[in-house]
Ligand binder design. Structure first.
Ligand code: C2E
Ligand code: CA
Ligand code: CA
Ligand code: CA
Length: 275
């Protein structure tokens, strides 16, 4: 039994060491990737359910590693946050996304995800502002997606950031709604123009009537406050019908399109204008 125990411990140590080594490797690789243009920005449409038209594209980062293949943002964003590389990555991504968006019709916005850690650093607003200014994108066409996690960070920078940018006309969306504390207080307190209901609420029949009731309540409240309600992760036409019926104004998900490179986003818009 003793031998077993020590073997177990040793095994555990090895895997932890491997994990740390792996993270450190990704961190170094990420800095290299930023320099060597291995990162790309993809765009996923957000569709107005009533008209079926694309109103916005969410910018999502993609990393194509020469040896490892594609690395998921869920794997490297947390590492980028810990190492501080998220600031460089976020400003780069905003600049790229804004510059692509200038080629779209005026009424189509671009949404960029912001990590709470990105906003804590002094001068965070400046980085974002210079990113869309340099691209020549009017601030009204930029949307910043933030999660509730942002408000757990008790940082004066964050309030300043939101006030400064929303004062310029930049819009804010509350992302992944329903996964965190889902405090309605945040919605009241901050100038959100959009709530994105998390995929876990729309993933279909097994989510059930309870999810449905929550979507209904959020939609109703959002509408009365003049907000858009986006349902995330719509994969089937039945899900689209269900969330529309529940009061969501917009939808996003594989049913409409996956995140695609800029040239394909332009094709989606061109197709739309033909019909
Ligand atoms: P998110 O902001 O909630 O983004 C939506 C995620 O859901 C994306 O995954 C998207 O590809 C995926 N998705 C969209 N429609 C569907 C669907 O119908 N079914 C399913 N199963 N999934 C769908 P992705 O691109 O892997 O990104 C994962 C997360 O990584 C994002 O979640 C976001 O939190 C983070 N992330 C991605 N890009 C960036 C970025 O540039 N900056 C920051 N800070 N975070 C990012
Ligand atoms: Ca998002
Ligand atoms: Ca989301
Ligand atoms: Ca998410």
């Amino acid at each position: 039994a003793k031998a077993d125990g020590s073997r177990q411990i040793r095994f555990f140590d090895h895997s932890m060491a491997r994990d740390i080594a792996h993270r450190r490797e990704i961190e170094t690789e990420l800095r290299r990737a930023l320099r060597e243009n291995e990162l790309a920005v993809y765009f996923q449409p957000i569709v107005e359910l009533e008209t079926g038209r694309i109103r916005c594209f969410e910018a999502l980062v993609r990393w194509f590693h020469p040896e490892r293949g594609e690395i998921s943002p869920d794997e490297f964003i947390p590492i980028a946050e810990e190492s501080g590389a998220i600031v460089t990555l976020g400003n780069w991504l905003t600049a790229q996304a804004a510059s692509v968006a200038t080629s779209w019709p005026e009424e189509v916005r671009v949404a960029v995800n912001l990590s709470p850690l990105q906003l804590k650093v002094p001068g965070a607003a400046l980085g974002i502002i210079s990113a869309f200014r340099e691209a020549g994108l009017p601030p009204e066409r930029l949307e910043l997606e933030v999660t509730e996690g942002l408000f757990l960070e008790d940082s004066p920078n964050i309030a300043m950031f939101i006030e400064e940018l929303s004062g310029m006309g930049v819009r804010f969306a509350l992302d992944d709604f329903g996964t965190g504390y889902s405090s309605l207080g945040y919605i009241n307190q901050w100038p959100f123009s959009k709530i994105k209901v998390d995929r876990s609420f729309v993933s279909g029949s097994q989510a059930g009537r309870k999810s449905d009731a929550i979507i209904r309540a959020v939609s109703q409240m959002g509408k009365s406050l003049g907000m858009e309600i986006v349902a995330e992760g719509l994969e089937t036409i039945d899900q689209v019908r269900a969330v529309r019926e529940a009061g969501c104004t917009h939808g996003q998900g594989y049913h409409f399109s996956r995140a695609v490179p800029a040239y394909q986003a332009a094709l989606l818009l061109a197709e739309e204008r033909e019909t």
